[in-house]
Design a protein around this ligand. Sequence first.
Ligand code: ADP
Length: 157
Amino acid sequence: MNIIAIYPGSFDPITNGHIDIIKRALLIFDKIVVLVAVNPNKRFTFSVDERVSMIRDSLKDYPQVSVDSTSGLTVHYAQKIGAKAMIRGLRAATDFEYEFQINNANRFIDKQIESIFFMAKHEFMFISSSTIKEMVAGGIDVSKLVPAPVWAKFNHK
Ligand code: ADP
């Protein structure tokens, strides 16, 4: 069996919270495609290419993980590559409502593709891409909260 899951998100940029979800999901799935979802209605700090390359560099030691982007629906991408599941993470109750809504929309499109939710570990609960960016803007060292290639990119910028 070769069970594939996609992990869609903005990843603007990828954080250690995302990385933890991916490592835990690898215990269940054979292959994971981290999918940078291109959303024209959202403003991002990093371009799609920058986000994809930071994710690739951060996960280069995991051959079971690949990285791609899509401007279409994530469900359509999952169908195209034969993925069985979509991975998402849940931090607090505030994540729940949003995730519940997307999940229902995705189920409406294709009920065969199941969404699987991983609860954030205690130490990653407060980490979000936007919190990281605010901390960096305030001069805080976030090197323990993001993968090394992301920290390097922040320093470069
Ligand atoms: P989106 O814009 O689609 O929410 P994100 O990159 O913010 O994209 O998040 C992708 C997924 O990862 C979401 O399901 C989000 O709840 C989850 N996630 C983000 N940060 C963490 C974290 N620190 N721990 C666990 N899950 C997380």
